[in-house]
Design a binder for this molecule. Structure first.
Ligand code: ATP
Ligand code: MG
Length: 968
């Protein structure tokens, strides 16, 4: 296009006579142009309503008018959305230009995006009618009008070319000139475009007409492709990567250029393959998220892949995974993969970590590859554990390059990984200036201002440059912000209509699906276009599913712009809409709903939602997340209770689950687990819950008291359970009967125990009760069977006891409650010991101990170890073993491990007596006696009495012993 010098009307482009104050053809007041004209590259878009003539003939005039005005509204709304300017409205067409307020290339891309959107949107919003679009770019003379805005002097020629290009397009097509294509070619590729030279009416030379259906940004044209002044750092990284197994961690504040640096290091590492992993705060709380998202493309796996497909993918890396391993890895890569039966949750967690480390070893090390791990500070503990295993692996030495913001909690890990840590500092002033010159065209004064404020932080610098560009019309009058956050906030405020979109999107998180944002803006049909505009402006990135903020600090800045009450209101509205419109999504991702309700402080809903989210996390073997949701539920209830003095009914359930999750993660004896049960003891008197929830809580409490030998205290729980059991729920009856069996047995009331056990076996049904163990941490039938084992052994039927153990083991395996196996064997072993079947006892305890070690079940392993010492001690062995037993018991007591101590102290007393340490023997006897009296254990009473008699005899026979003998 060429510039035109004779004056034209800025509204209708008609020629104006010299000195005219109004346009003779359209009546618009003529703008006076005071300043000198300015040449700009503008992009002109012409959109035409297809088939208007036919429509006019076939319909009544009113409906024709409605359709055409609908078309105008659609075209103009989209033009405004893409920051274009409507220049002229025709009967069935609209002329617009892009590039008056923005950079020419970006504006041309916006014009194409706008045209494509018109083509796609029109049939949907205009009753199936279609439009066609023509686009052309070129130099245009512009002048500043009276209102201060730049106005183009579009001539008939420009209009003509765009209109002719549009005529070449078929209905629902977009064409542009070869000039426009060349103009934007640095930024985008036009996938699938075709072109021809065509002779257009009224234009002397043939014009290249390009038909476009979509475009894509060229990689690296927008951000992060250029790295300035980091050569020394890159050399250091290269040296570390050259050492086999070298691990290097780069630390630095936000925006200093850590990710940009490793991106360049990755490019330079070529041809070595690089596996890029990045931790992110993620709304869906996926366990092992960096590995899942980083490896999925390498393995070529979609989210919903089948496990066969996973198996195939693994085979390409020479990994032949068995069925169980495959199921464990499926948990990492496939959405909604179930827990793996026959392994405890903790076992699953450990095994899949090891498998993943092995997979990475094969996939990366064998090919001489490198692992880049960005943003260590956001990684979950399980992911960090896997990374550590890889870093320390001797079989597969792999180079790791990681980045982190300063994070003191990572210091130990970095040391254990044997990593070299280096700190990334600010850019030196000349480098900062170069970066500024590369990114924008600004006045010297502005550049100085930016350099001073940014202090060498590239992110701050680039953001300030963007802000300065936004302010380019103000002649440098507006001062620039003084922090990264304030700069992002100013940029966001600088957007007119899109500001609201940015702010609400921030509530959804760093990444968000468009559909969820639409729930917050149901009336806004241009939402997708607005998001695209924000993408064109570099604020968002388009992902496969949805969008993400281009920098997390941008998201945080937007979020912080919302007043707290408004933020909560949006979170709450979103939660409500999600529940109403997307029940399927809420069921699949209860954690997203819970997160919004928590942020909304929607107290009524938080406990329930957080519990649902936690249960899902527990099923996915994502302990950390599960525990944090249960904690959230508990804290919320406690917080509410402090203010209103009423206890939310879900409290009992939340505490029970929290205790059970911690127990599965840390084992029975961990102090945190014990604390949880103490809390539950208190809560049971405060909150009520449903009968079932209450019963499950009581069940957990019972087990906890029983394990610490507090038999008498368990009686109160039995009473409570009886009050709850009105016969209406067989689950409650099952739970009550299990506890009654155990209670009578431990109290030494063997007949009553047998009777309760029999009643339970009559109503127990695997189908209906077989999964109770997931909630209560123990299978009801196995509990009762274990008492049967004890009773059989006591009555001397050793073979029967062994058969019962075998049957119980088979039952537990069949329902997947394998965390109880160590207990069945060890507890069974103790029964066989009481019956005098020492070899059998030893064998069972050894099996139980080994299983406990495999399951990393600390409590049972400790108990197994104790019993393995107890058996030979009780048989009269002396020497170092006595000290070992004593040390273990004392340590256990100090750590707060809950055991039935009387039996252990008594055995120790006997061993000490045999050893000739009479004072010590007496001390341990008294200790045992006191505990027995306090807690009312009857189960071992007989054995303890028998041992006491033996000790008594030894002490009396010992001439050196002068002290009194405690009453047995
Ligand atoms: N040396 C450099 N030369 C040119 N651009 C740079 C340089 N360093 C950083 N940048 C640019 O600055 C911005 C911020 O850098 P980057 O994202 O790498 O920071 P970061 O340290 O990884 O921050 P965060 O801790 O938030 O992840 C990016 O747009 C990046 O491209
Ligand atoms: Mg980064």
């Amino acid at each position: 296009m060429s510039a035109l010098s004779s004056p034209v009307c800025h509204s209708c482009s008609a020629s104006l006579p010299e000195g005219a104050r109004f346009c003779a053809s359209c009546g618009t007041p003529v703008e006076r142009f005071d300043q000198a004209p300015e040449q700009r590259v503008l992009t002109v878009l012409f959109v035409d309503f297809v088939g208007s003539t036919a429509l006019a003939q076939s319909r009544d005039l009113d409906s024709y008018d409605d359709t055409i005005s609908g078309f105008h509204e659609l075209a103009e709304t989209l033009i405004n959305t893409y920051h274009g300017m409507v220049l002229q409205r025709y009967g069935d067409g609209v002329l617009a230009c892009f590039g008056l307020t923005e950079d020419g290339e970006d504006a041309a891309v916006a014009a194409i995006a706008c045209g494509l959107s018109m083509i796609e949107t029109a049939p949907r919003r205009l009753d199936g009618h279609r439009v066609r679009v023509g686009i052309d770019s070129g130099q245009v003379m512009c002048r500043v009008g009276q209102q201060g805005a730049l106005l183009p002097m579009i001539t008939g020629l420009h209009v003509n070319r765009a209109a002719r290009l549009q005529e070449c397009a078929g209905p629902g097509q977009l064409t542009l000139s070869g000039e426009t294509r060349d103009f934007i070619s640095r930024l985008v590729t036009l996938d699938g475009a075709t072109s021809d030279f065509e002779v257009l009416k009224g234009i002397d030379r043939p014009v290249e007409v390009v038909r476009v259906t979509r475009f894509a940004f060229r990689p690296g044209t927008r951000t992060g492709d250029l790295l300035i002044a980091r050569e020394p750092e890159l050399d250091r990284i290269a040296a570390s990567l050259a050492r086999p197994g070298g691990v290097s961690v780069i630390e630095g504040p936000p925006g200093i250029g850590k990710s940009a640096l490793v991106a360049e290091a990755m490019r330079r590492a070529d041809p070595r393959p690089v596996l890029y992993l990045a931790a992110r705060q993620n709304l869906r709380r996926t366990g092992l998220m960096p590995f899942a998202t980083g490896l999925r493309p390498v393995l070529g796996l979609p989210h919903n892949a089948s496990s066969e497909r996973l198996g195939q993918a693994l085979r390409t890396f020479d990994i032949k995974a068995g069925e169980e391993d495959l199921a464990l890895l499926a948990q990492v890569f496939i959405d909604g993969a179930p827990p793996v039966p026959h392994l405890t949750l903790e076992q699953q967690r450990l095994r899949r970590g090891a498998l993943l480390a092995d997979l990475l070893g094969h996939a990366v090390s064998a090919r001489g590859g490198i692992i880049v791990f960005d943003d260590l500070h956001w990684a979950d503990s399980e992911s960090l554990g896997v990374l550590e295993q890889i870093a320390r692996s001797e079989t597969h030495p792999i180079n790791i390059l990681a980045t982190t913001r300063p994070a003191s909690q990572l210091a130990d890990l970095i040391e254990r990984m044997g990593a070299e840590k280096s700190t990334l500092g600010p850019l030196a002033p000349p480098a900062a200036l170069r970066l500024l010159d590369e990114t924008t065209d600004l006045s010297e004064a502005r550049k100085d201002e930016i350099l001073r404020a940014a202090e060498g932080n590239p992110l701050f610098l680039v953001a300030l440059a963007d802000r300065a560009r936004q302010l380019s019309g103000d002649g440098g009058a507006t001062p620039l912000p003084q922090s990264v956050e304030a700069t992002f906030q100013a940029i966001i405020s600088g957007f007119g209509a899109e500001r609201e979109i940015i702010l609400t999107a921030a509530v959804l998180g760093r990444e968000f699906p468009m559909e969820h944002l639409q729930l917050l803006h149901p009336e806004r049909w241009t939402l997708e276009d607005e998001l695209r505009v924000l993408t064109l402006n570099g604020l968002l990135n388009e992902l496969e599913e949805g969008f993400s903020f281009s920098h997390v600090l941008l998201r945080d800045a937007a979020y912080n712009m919302l007043p707290r009450a408004r933020r909560r209101e949006i979170h709450a509205r979103l939660a409500t809409r999600l529940q109403a419109e997307e029940p399927g999504y809420c069921a699949a991702y209860p954690e997203v709903l819970a997160d919004h309700l928590i942020a909304a402080r929607a107290h009524d809903a938080i406990p329930g939602a957080a519990i649902a989210a936690g249960i899902k996390m527990l099923r996915n073997v994502n302990f950390d997340a599960a525990i944090s949701y249960f904690e959230e539920a508990c804290e919320d209830v406690e917080d509410q209770a402090r203010r209103s003095n009423t206890w939310h009914p879900a409290y009992i359930s939340a505490l029970t689950l929290l205790a059970s999750a911690r127990m599965q993660r840390l084992g029975f004896a961990h102090p945190d687990v014990l604390k949880e049960y103490e809390k539950l003891e208190l809560a049971i008197g405060l909150a009520r819950g449903t009968d079932r929830e209450r019963c499950i809580a009581l069940y957990g409490l019972f087990a906890h008291r029983m394990l610490s030998g507090r038999v008498r205290d368990c009686g109160a729980i039995i009473k409570d359970m009886r009050a709850l059991d009105d016969g209406a729920s067989d689950e409650i009856t099952v739970l009550r009967l299990v506890n009654e069996t155990a209670y009578h047995f431990y109290a030494g009331e063997f007949e009553a125990a047998e009777k309760a056990g029999r009643a339970l076996k009559e109503i127990y049904d695997v189908e209906r009760h077989g999964l109770l163990f997931l909630e209560i941490g123990a299978d009801p039938l196995a509990s009762v069977r274990s008492v049967d084992v004890q009773l059989a052994a006591r009555s001397g039927r050793v073979d029967h006891a062994l058969k019962l153990i075998e049957e119980t083991v088979a039952h537990l395996k069949s329902i997947g409650a394998i965390s109880q196996l160590p207990w069945i064997h060890i507890f069974g072993g103790s029964a066989l010991h009481a019956a005098g079947a020492l070899d059998e006892a030893e064998r069972q305890i050894a099996i139980g101990h080994k299983l406990a070690e495999e399951q990393a079940a600390n409590f049972w392993s400790f108990l197994g170890q104790l019993w393995q010492l107890l058996l030979p001690l009780d048989a009269g062995e002396t020497g170092a073993i006595v000290d070992e037993f004593e040390a273990l018991l004392v340590a256990g007591e100090q750590m707060g491990v809950q055991l039935n101590y009387p039996i252990f102290w008594t055995i120790l007393a006997k061993a000490r007596a045999i050893d000739g340490h009479c004072d010590a023997a007496r001390k341990w006897m008294i200790r045992a006696r006191e505990l027995l009296d306090r807690h009312g254990e009857g189960q071992h009473a007989e054995m303890i009495a028998a041992r006491n008699r033996e000790i008594d005899a030894i002490l009396r026979a010992d001439a050196r012993y002068m002290g009194a003998i405690p009453n047995a």
